[in-house]
Design a protein around this ligand. Structure first.
Ligand SMILES: *[C@@H]1O[C@H](CO)[C@@H](O)[C@H](O)[C@H]1NC(C)=O
Ligand SMILES: *[C@@H]1O[C@H](CO)[C@@H](O)[C@H](O)[C@H]1NC(C)=O
Ligand SMILES: *[C@@H]1O[C@H](CO)[C@@H](O)[C@H](O)[C@H]1NC(C)=O
Length: 374
């Protein structure tokens, strides 16, 4: 016992900051938006209370938990939770955050709720929390500059879970320049007719996992855009919606690269597409090592589709190269005649096709798919 104490004393003597750091690590400040004057009655504007609570949580030492309490509805016009933070932050979002209607919107940007430059953040709804973008007031005006609901920019080691997100005026969750993020038990809900309401839009990010989630939307359930690699979707149910898409890549003559995408054990219900890769003629770059594995389809129009002529002017000199694409274990029903539709650009190198237990018809394809069974 004596020996033990001596050891600690000597250690803190030669390294005084060891003790400080030890104390800081066990601190957990609970900071509620209510302490900063939020009303949570769905009417009052709680924007300033959220901003002040974030400031306080971000500056705290050690860990801090930002509490947005259950049973209340917080109307905010804009949230910008910006780092870097001193604390490791856990946002406990058990109440609802609701957007104002279109007319009451005071927005100077593209995003309603943005979280940026925050590492190690956890955003947990504990199965109660929700974010509602009140998109119905925007959808009649597709040409308006419609805000996106939730934007994560430069957030590494991010965890988002047990959360409902609904009715975005445009796409729901944008993930940009993040490395290592896990989204689980996320429920996204917007009507099939709502324009451009993607579930997840991922760009310039790596090591992203979306799992055990349910996405109903008016556009892609998940869109994997340029600059992304090691992107996984596991046990995601999509529909209504436009499927899980890589792309569109190569818009406006851009160079886009996407690689190592794994879509595993996902279900598509009544979607217009299932597994989709879309590239725009005139662009460059690649989409490679894309795997769709163990996919269940119910009444899906285009279960498997590679469209290299998306939004397209044909006969452009360049296109994004698509290679090493694997479809394995597709089961279910197709709502269209063409279950497998591979519309490849004319400039691809030597390609081939392979099928195992694949039934369907392939037409207009390079390569052709002779292995398909009727
Ligand atoms: C959020 O705040 C940060 C820091 O003040 C700023 O750099 C950034 O542009 C803001 N983002 C948005 C989307 O308003
Ligand atoms: C994605 O799936 C692949 C293949 O199963 C796996 O090797 C990789 O670790 C997964 N990555 C993430 C971020 O889940
Ligand atoms: C995928 O589904 C199969 C069959 O239901 C199951 O055996 C396997 O464990 C699942 N894998 C994942 C990662 O969900």
């Amino acid at each position: 016992m004596l020996g033990f104490f001596t050891y600690i004393l000597i250690f803190s003597f030669i390294s005084p900051c060891f003790c400080t750091r030890l104390n800081v690590g066990t601190n957990n400040a609970f900071i509620s938006v209510m302490q900063f004057g939020a009303r949570g009655d769905g009417i009052a504007d709680d924007t300033q209370a959220f901003a002040s609570a974030w400031d306080s949580a971000c500056k705290a030492a050690g860990m801090s938990t930002l509490v947005i309490p259950t049973g209340r509805s917080f109307r905010v016009t804009k949230i910008n939770f910006s780092g870097p933070c001193k604390a490791k932050i856990n946002i406990q979002l058990e109440g609802k955050i609701v957007a104002p209607s279109k007319g009451a919107w005071k927005l100077d940007g593209t995003y309603w709720i943005s979280i940026q430059n925050v590492n190690g953040l956890t955003l947990d709804g504990n199965g109660k929390g929700g974010i509602d973008g009140y998109g119905s007031t925007w959808w009649q005006c597709p040409s308006c500059k419609r805000p996106k609901v939730l934007f994560f920019h430069a957030c590494n080691d991010l965890i988002v879970r047990n959360l409902g997100i609904s009715n975005s005026p445009q796409s729901h969750v944008s993930v940009n320049m993040c490395n290592r993020a896990t989204f689980s038990h996320i429920s996204i809900n917007a009507p099939a007719t709502s324009p451009n309401t993607d579930g997840f839009d991922i760009s310039d990010s790596t090591n992203i996992l979306i799992q055990d989630s349910n996405i109903k939307s008016g556009d892609d359930c998940i869109a994997v855009n340029g600059g992304s690699s090691f992107i996984n979707a596991t046990r995601v149910t999509c529909g209504p919606g436009h499927g899980i898409s890589v792309g569109s890549l190569g818009r406006n003559g851009q160079l886009d690269t996407v690689s190592d995408v794994h879509v595993l054990n996902c279900t598509f219900i009544g979607t217009s597409n299932g597994a989709r890769i879309k590239t725009v003629p005139g662009g460059s770059g690649y989409a490679k090592r894309i795997t769709f594995d163990q996919i269940i389809l119910q009444n899906v129009k285009n279960p498997i589709i590679i469209d290299q002529n998306y939004n397209g002017v044909e006969d452009e000199a360049t296109n994004v190269q698509v290679s090493f694409v694997t479809y394995r274990g597709f089961r279910g029903t197709s709502a269209g005649d063409v279950a497998i539709n591979l519309v490849c650009g004319p400039l691809l190198g030597k390609t081939s096709s392979a099928c195992r237990n694949a039934h369907g018809i392939a037409r207009n394809t390079i390569p052709n798919v002779p292995c398909l069974m009727k």
